[in-house]
Design a protein around this ligand. Structure first.
Ligand code: NDP
Ligand code: HSE
Length: 447
């Protein structure tokens, strides 16, 4: 062992961990030159050592012992999930080890506890890989933009769902086949429902909102809907109005009003966006995030959002930063959560909607439906009716019509109330889909 080396314990050696080991070995000389000391792997904890014969004596199944070992300076965690990662990282931090992790689920739930433990021991806690894979995004939010006032962070932060939606849009691939391929390529979480049901993106939104607004936001604060129920007809409907469907994470600062203090909103859902918007061209497992700040204006971050090597790149960047701090003394920038802004409930967030209904095709129906939108204060921007649709029972093809209503921006609560009333009308056979339409050009959130 090298006397002045920065000694690394790796927890997990799967899709990401395997690439970390490869890059640490292949780039050992360059990493040492950049860090100012060799970065040396001294132990790797896994569950099934027989799967990793190439790691020889480095392997252990006793992660607890590894994280507190005397000869470990930095713990890199790429196991995923809440436990045992939470306990292991808290133990490591308590023992004075710096931590690098890619675990967004853990950070979005226990970020405060981890940050406190790092502060108490005076060590680094870095997690660039936890959001948007290879894209340098968290360090710019935490450091480069620390002098500015961020108003919005919005974009595509889940590679798996973007891969699936891209495949469904471009080649008409089925949802299940596209998910299988994303899993095979190493993009999906161990339990892919974390991706398709939006939880992975919600964790990332919580991390982004925390850093952007200096306010602790957890995954539980983020309104979350996934892509499981996005159908081929939703995608066709989006195309019909010049849009594509993307799973968006949106974190916004809402200005104070006469009745409410300044607040933040964090939400994840599939939404139609204009086909001309730069996010519409972000395909496959790529991610892209727009950051808007008062002085800086709009910034766009784009790159590979998932996969072993891209994620390992972000982990190694953090590892070099930790190693430099160890070599030269001091700590890297910490996050701050001094602002304590309240998080708005989803009902208070305003956006536009695309509502697709199957209705009775007779006089007065359109007026009745428009009246219900009006009663809730939801302004209609466009209506399109196609007649002669077979009704949901498949009975009489001329008695039913498809009605698509696109609204102006309205609070979620008002739209939800409208849909509830519409669903109970005799003339409405089915509310087929309700999708948000985001132009991503508006600033702020309606009070
Ligand atoms: P994998 O499932 O491929 O790998 C997990 C690794 O952790 C495996 O080596 C596994 O051991 C090990 N492990 C699991 N449980 C334990 C345990 N109790 N003790 C010790 N080792 C354990 O996951 P990924 O590499 O894909 O993801 C790892 C982390 O990185 C997650 O937090 C994920 O969210 C995050 N991430 C992943 C990205 C990606 O594209 N894959 C991108 C960005 C972040 P064994 O090999 O023996 O099974
Ligand atoms: N499962 C995640 C995704 C990995 O698909 O984006 C990257 O965080």
């Amino acid at each position: 062992m090298n006397g002045n080396a920065v000694r690394v314990a790796l927890l997990g050696c799967g899709t990401v961990g395997g690439e970390i080991v490869r890059l640490l070995r292949e780039q050992a000389g360059e990493l040492a030159a950049r860090a100012g000391a060799p970065v040396e792997l001294v132990g790797v904890a896994v569950r099934r050592p027989h799967k990793h014969p190439e790691l020889g004596d480095l392997l252990t199944t006793d992660a607890t012992a590894l994280v507190t070992r005397e000869d470990v300076d930095v713990v890199v965690e790429v196991i995923g999930g809440i436990e045992p990662a939470r306990t292991l990282l808290l133990e490591a931090l308590k023992a004075g080890k710096s931590v690098v992790t890619a675990n967004k689920a853990l950070l979005a739930e226990e970020g405060a506890a981890l940050a406190e433990a790092a502060d108490a021991s005076g060590v680094d806690l870095f997690y660039e890989a936890a959001v948007a894979g290879a894209i340098p995004l968290l360090r710019p939010l935490r450091e480069s933009l620390a002098g500015d006032r961020i108003t919005r962070v919005a974009g595509i932060v889940n590679g798996t769902t973007n891969f699936i939606l891209s495949a469904m849009t471009e080649s008409g691939a089925g949802y299940a086949d596209a998910l299988e391929e994303a899993t095979r390529l190493g993009y999906a979480e161990a339990d892919p429902s974390a991706d398709v049901d939006g939880y992975d993106a919600a964790s990332k939104a919580a991390i982004l909102a925390t850093l952007a607004f200096h306010t602790r936001v957890t995954a539980a604060d983020v309104h979350c809907e996934g892509i499981r129920y996005v159908t081929a007809s939703d995608i066709a409907a989006a195309r019909g109005i010049g849009c594509v469907i993307k799973l968006l994470a949106i974190c916004e600062r809402a200005p104070a009003t006469a009745d409410t203090p300044e607040s933040v909103s964090a939400r994840v859902y599939p939404a139609m966006i204009p086909a001309t918007h730069p996010l519409a061209g972000v395909d496959g497992a790529f991610n892209a995030v727009f950051v808007e700040a008062e002085a800086a204006g709009q910034l766009m971050f784009y790159g590979q959002g998932a996969g072993g090597a891209p994620t390992a790149s972000a982990v190694l960047g953090d590892l070099v930063a930790v190693a430099r701090n160890r070599v030269h003394g001091g700590r890297g920038a910490r996050e701050s959560a001094y602002a304590h802004l309240p998080v708005l409930p989803i009902g208070a967030v305003a956006t536009r909607y695309h509502v697709s209904l199957e209705v009775a095709d007779r006089a007065g129906v359109l007026a009745a439906i428009a009246g219900e939108f009006s009663a809730q204060g939801v302004s209609i921007a466009a209506v399109r009716q196609t007649g002669g649709v077979a009704d949901s029972a498949g009975a009489d093809p001329v008695s039913a019509a498809r009605l698509v209503v696109v609204t102006h921006a309205a609070p979620e609560a008002a739209l939800a109330a409208t849909v509830r009333v519409l669903a109970g009308l005799d003339a409405v056979h089915a509310v087929d889909s309700v999708l948000r339409v985001e132009d991503l050009g508006r600033k702020g959130v309606a009070p």
